[in-house]
Design a protein around this ligand. Structure first.
Ligand SMILES: Cc1cc2nc3c(=O)[nH]c(=O)nc-3n(C[C@H](O)[C@H](O)[C@H](O)COP(=O)(O)OP(=O)(O)OC[C@H]3O[C@@H](n4cnc5c(N)ncnc54)[C@H](O)[C@@H]3O)c2cc1C
Length: 215
């Protein structure tokens, strides 16, 4: 059995956070994670959705997915989640950076077979995309549930790392005639694009209208 890597941040340790509140907030805000496992001796990193419920990070996908199959067989995994908050423009190119919030999780996943837990996890995935959607869209059939693998990764080895604020330029560069500061970046929603085959007369649901109006 492979030894789990340490979650203790050694580079820029002041940026490290280990409290679950910080880790959870990053996981909950990010839709996408990068899932890393070793397949036939080679590291494979795959981008995929993730959704958290309490102490579990859920991953899901097609039952035919090679990565998910390997994971459900108990292969150790690493999951990384990244939120990019801004571009940090320093006077020197050396000190250019990005503001970010990231989380890294290590662990071994288990496949969820119980239909109730599977459904609960899928509800979280859908509600994370758009709150209010689960109650509106058609629920999965038994066949669709069977075709979907859901994996649970316990959140017992996780770290977060956060860079925020202004550039950290060298003293000697502060007088240079070069603009310095941060260009914040945000993800925005909308405008909506209705499906071309959407029948006439279907109203925009209020939970979607609210999302688009907010941005
Ligand atoms: C958007 C973004 C861009 C970055 N760009 C660069 C770059 O260009 N060059 C660069 O060197 N570094 C960059 N980093 C930082 C990078 O993620 C690593 O933290 C850094 O490279 C140190 O790696 P290490 O293996 O020496 O970490 P160590 O500090 O030795 O890692 C020890 C443990 O700390 C934890 N850890 C490390 N990094 C993170 C993290 N980011 N989030 C949560 N936990 C973590 C893990 O559990 C890891 O096992 C970037 C980070 C983000 C989020």
């Amino acid at each position: 059995v492979a030894t789990r890597p340490s979650t203790r941040i050694t580079r820029q340790p002041a940026r490290g956070r280990y409290d679950r509140e910080t880790v959870d907030a990053i996981l909950d805000e990010a839709l996408v994670c990068h899932l890393g496992i070793v397949v036939d001796g080679h590291p494979v990193v795959i981008p995929t959705l993730q959704a958290r419920v309490d102490d579990i990070l859920y991953l899901h996908g097609s039952a035919a997915s090679r990565t998910l199959r390997a994971l459900s067989e108990g292969v150790p995994a690493s999951v990384a989640v990244t939120l990019v908050d801004g571009l940090v423009l320093a006077r020197s190119v050396f000190h250019h950076s990005v503001n970010y919030r990231s989380a890294v999780v290590f662990g071994t996943a288990r496949a969820i077979d119980a239909p109730e837990e599977k459904l609960r996890a899928l509800e979280r995935f859908v509600e994370k995309l758009v709150p209010g959607r689960w109650a509106d869209a058609r629920r999965p059939t038994e066949q669709e549930l069977k075709a979907t693998t859901v994996l649970a990764l316990p959140l017992d080895a996780a770290s977060a790392k956060i860079r925020e604020g202004a550039p950290s330029d060298d003293e000697g560069d502060l007088g240079l005639p070069v603009w310095a500061g941060v260009l914040p970046l945000r993800t925005t929603a909308g405008p909506l694009e209705a499906a071309p085959d959407l029948p006439a007369g279907i109203e925009l649901p209020s939970y979607l209208r609210a999302l688009v109006d907010d941005h």
